[in-house]
Ligand binder design. Structure first.
Ligand SMILES: [Zn+2]
Ligand SMILES: [Zn+2]
Length: 198
């Protein structure tokens, strides 16, 4: 049973406070892609309504990764708002087929129904919702700051903290390469710019 399985039977109030710390390894379904997060906190309130419960709250945690530009370690807090609806499933678990291998027909209304989770047995499991909230919100790019200067491609200096060490070398290299072009021009006098008519 997940830490995020909330028993409803104990609640006499219409509101059940939720405050659960859970590790990503407990949250992540088998085979799902990794996320740069160690643990999250799910906090909020499960409130009873006519057909079930609605969870309103937050999934909070911290990305632990590296900056895409300067490769420095980076921690970035996140706080995703959560609004999840759970409808009581009064029927026993419906089979996907009628037992003769035929698929059960679903009406268009059922197929287009808003994504609501169902619960039964007097408890609500928030695990799948929490995972989805986390997994779908991971940024594709991480930057330690919006104006991160990154690494010098020449000397690898982290330009956020140190000056580039290769500016002199670069100047020398440029002279050399220009010298090289002059040498080439001497070797192949026909190859002057503007002579290519073909
Ligand atoms: Zn950076
Ligand atoms: Zn440099």
């Amino acid at each position: 049973m997940s830490k995020l399985t909330i028993p409803l039977g104990l609640a006499t109030a219409r509101e059940i406070p939720v405050d659960v710390d859970i590790s990503i390894s407990e949250l992540k379904p088998e085979g799902a892609a990794d996320v740069p997060i160690t643990a999250v906190t799910v906090s909020g309130t499960l409130t009873e309504f006519e057909d079930g419960y609605v969870f309103k709250g937050w999934v909070t945690g911290e990305y632990e990764t590296t900056c895409d530009r300067c490769l420095e370690e980076l921690r970035q807090a996140f706080r995703h708002e959560a609004l999840w609806v759970f409808v009581e499933d009064e029927l026993p678990v419906a089979p996907a087929s009628d037992g003769n291998g035929r698929e059960m027909d679903l009406s268009p209304e059922e197929l287009d129904a808003p994504p609501m989770a169902s619960y039964s047995g007097g408890e609500i499991d928030l695990t799948a919702q929490a995972w989805e909230e986390v997994a779908l919100s991971v940024p594709v790019k991480f930057l330690c700051s919006v104006d991160c200067a990154g690494l010098c491609p020449g000397c690898g200096a982290n330009l956020n903290h140190e000056a580039c060490r290769c500016s002199k070398h670069e100047a020398v290299a440029e002279e050399k390469s220009q010298g090289g072009l002059k040498d080439l021009a001497r070797l192949f006098p026909d190859l002057k710019p503007g002579n290519s008519e073909e």
